[in-house]
Design a protein around this ligand. Structure first.
Ligand code: CA2
Length: 153
């Protein structure tokens, strides 16, 4: 059975490719999903790829990932990065590596975007690489999963 990773996307990311191309590029979320599936396949990882505009739904999916004992999780919490202690708490309860991804460089934007509550629960954070950040996040997560599951010698 392949290891499964969850890739969760927060509010408004369903609109990707339709607005603000100078910040987020022209790719759609469907194209991001395709990139994620191709990247995960190279690491023999199965993918659950989801997007929601609702904080509670995202929290329920993190609980679902916990119950399913997923190998790891990639999350772009979008606007909730900067507001959600509840998503942070759900991620803290997940016993698997978490990589937070942002397409834009949040540190070079408005001051309110420079802090992410979610980062406290993240094993790695990637920002500023556009949608390629998702592929980088999966590569990094795969290395973390390998390190955790490799038998000790
Ligand atoms: O850079 C990122 O990936 C963000 O997580 C994107 C969020 C933003 O609130 C974060 O500060 C940084 C925004 C997601 C909404 O994306 C849209 C893209 C195109 C059109 C409309 C929304």
């Amino acid at each position: 059975m392949p290891h499964t990773i969850y890739i969760l996307n927060g509010p408004n990311l369903n609109l990707l490719g339709t607005r603000e191309p100078e910040i987020y590029g022209r790719s759609t979320l469907a194209e991001v999903e395709k990139l994620c599936r191709a990247t995960a396949e190279r690491h023999s990882l199965a993918v659950e790829f989801r997007q929601s505009n609702h904080e509670g739904v995202i929290i329920d999916w993190i609980h679902e990932a916990r119950a399913a004992r997923v190998a790891g999780l990639v999350i772009n919490p979008a606007g909730y990065s900067h507001t959600s202690v509840a998503i942070l708490d759900a991620l803290i309860a997940l016993d698997a590596p978490v990589v937070e991804v942002h397409m834009s460089n949040i540190h070079a934007r408005e001051p309110f975007r420079r802090h992410s509550y979610v980062s406290r629960a993240a094993h790695g954070v990637i920002c500023g690489f556009g949608i390629d950040g998702y592929a980088l996040a999966i590569d990094g997560l795969a290395a973390m999963i390998d390190a955790r599951t490799r038998p000790a010698d």
